[in-house]
Design a binder for this molecule. Structure first.
Ligand code: ADP
Ligand code: MG
Length: 462
């Protein structure tokens, strides 16, 4: 008998060129060759989801490769193997445990630094979930991901600054914090600081104007931002066009850059489209590397859902994954939100995750348009004859600002999501969202036309 392991290796070598890595790595690679009797080649599979995905999308490709390797037509069969499944689960738990322990040991061996490290994670509020390991790479983010890895491996050396831009909920903050985690893990002696632009500005204002000992406050402020090795500034589009802020950001940038320290910046749009940015800052931001993140394609959206399911030890039928990937197109935060709702709901109520139940959970109906915040923005924008980009942007032109406020009001009314959540989707501060909501609500009480418009809009959206 030919060595089935050798046959399978050859097959893998062929199909890995044909099947995207986002499918190949999680689903095909873990298969275990089991039997070959001359007409049928069987492999064992420990993941139910993989059996479904392979049957649906990769069967033909693998069968073709098999024929090429053995020189005749062979049936390719995937068998779900419970034992393997248990082993896989155990292995992943064990791996996780081992990883945890070895991480900890590594940290402890650099003993005195350990406290410092713990401190860092809490000080610099990096979210432990936002690591490279948890980031699904697809065609939409490959470039930004690659750039982030390079920067994480050699901070301050390669691309400085790294400027990552893209729409809300597409993974900018995740990638930026992943850089932070990676650097802290591999070079615990380096100082990493993550800051939201809003927070940076508030901090600056507080140091400038509050209290009597201004200069010592200002020194502290500078010490905080200029003594770091890696500065991560999130959502620079929120920078206000104030001279003082601009100057401080500029000087911080110059100080760090001249000292060879790494700077990473994110924004919802490229530097040339941020009106509140001064020319000199804009040109600095263009010195390094600009990397954009696009809306993920359906394969990537499915891969993200698959990963979420696997991480949560959930088995989700392929048609549910496909369905969700189809409904939530433009914003991974919303996709993830839907997944979390389903996961929570199904575990609390012990219901089966199938298409019918999932549609109920996310309030989906065939005759109704499915409601997403992006959908609300689209419809409101159309109604008021502005573009969705306008609404997510920061232009203060009355017509645009008004449409923006109305869509914020409707988003809150219909989805009942929190102000911070809506803020993330709109690319706005949550205080702006609250303010807009209240303002429209007040106005509606005295303005019948507005009330009518909003009810028309809500009808269109539902
Ligand atoms: P942004 O900063 O661009 O608005 P975030 O980085 O906050 O978006 O991402 C929104 C959510 O989607 C986060 O929970 C993040 O973990 C998740 N996410 C985004 N992109 C990916 C990806 N490629 N793989 C896995 N999760 C992702
Ligand atoms: Mg973000």
């Amino acid at each position: 008998m030919e060595d089935i392991n050798k046959i399978w290796d050859d097959v893998l070598n062929i199909v890995k060129e044909k099947i995207p890595a986002s499918s190949f790595v999680p689903w095909i690679l873990p298969l275990v060759p089991h039997d070959y009797n001359g007409t049928q080649f069987t492999v064992l599979c420990g993941q139910m989801l993989a059996v479904q995905i392979i049957a649906k999308s990769h069967q033909a490709e693998i069968t073709k490769a098999l024929a090429k390797v053995v020189g005749s037509e062979v049936e390719f069969k995937v068998i779900y193997d419970e034992e393997l499944s248990k082993k896989l689960k155990k292995k992943s738990q064990k791996l996780k445990k081992e990883e945890l322990i070895s991480n900890l040991e590594e940290k402890l061996s650099t003993s005195s630094k350990y406290d410092g490290l713990k401190q860092m994670y809490s000080d610099y509020n990096l979210n432990l979930k936002y690591k490279f390991e948890n980031f699904v790479v697809g065609a939409n983010n490959k470039f930004a991901y690659g750039a982030s890895i390079s920067v994480a491996k050699e901070p301050g050396k390669k691309y400085n600054p790294l400027f990552i831009y893209g729409g809300a909920g597409l993974g900018k903050t995740h990638l930026m914090q992943a850089i932070g985690h990676y650097i802290l893990f591999n070079n615990p002696e380096l100082k990493v600081k993550y800051v939201k632009t809003e927070e940076f500005v508030n901090d600056l204002v507080n140091s400038l104007f509050k209290g009597l000992d201004k200069s010592s406050k200002m020194n502290k402020f500078r010490e905080k931002y200029r003594s770091v090795d890696v500065l991560l500034i999130d959502d620079i589009q929120f920078i206000e066009g104030k001279e003082r802020t601009e100057m401080e950001v500029f000087n911080t940038f110059e100080t760090l850059h001249n000292a060879g320290k790494q700077i990473v910046i994110t924004s919802d749009r490229p530097p040339e489209n941020i009106p509140t940015l001064s020319d000199r800052l804009r040109s600095r931001f263009q010195w390094g590397l600009l990397a954009d993140i696009q809306v993920p394609d359906v394969e990537t959206r499915m891969a993200i859902l698959n990963k979420l399911a696997a991480d949560n030890n959930m088995i989700i039928p392929i048609e549910v994954i496909e369905f969700l990937a189809k409904v939530y197109k433009n914003n991974i935060r919303e996709l993830e939100g839907a997944f979390n709702r389903i996961s929570a709901y199904s575990s609390i109520n012990e219901i089966q995750i199938n298409l019918e139940n999932v549609k109920k959970i996310i309030n989906y109906s065939e005759n109704k348009k499915n409601i997403t915040i992006d959908g609300i923005i689209d419809i409101t924008a159309q109604y008021y004859n502005v573009s969705p980009q306008d609404i997510k942007g920061s232009a203060r032109v009355q017509k645009i600002a008004f449409a923006r406020q109305v869509s914020i009001y409707i988003a809150r009314e219909i989805t009942n999501e929190s102000f911070p959540y809506i803020g993330e989707t709109f690319g706005k501060k949550h205080t702006t969202i609250m303010y807009s909501y209240e303002k429209v609500k007040e106005e509606m009480a005295v303005n019948n036309k507005l009330k009518e418009d909003i009810s028309i809009l809500i009808n269109k959206i539902n």
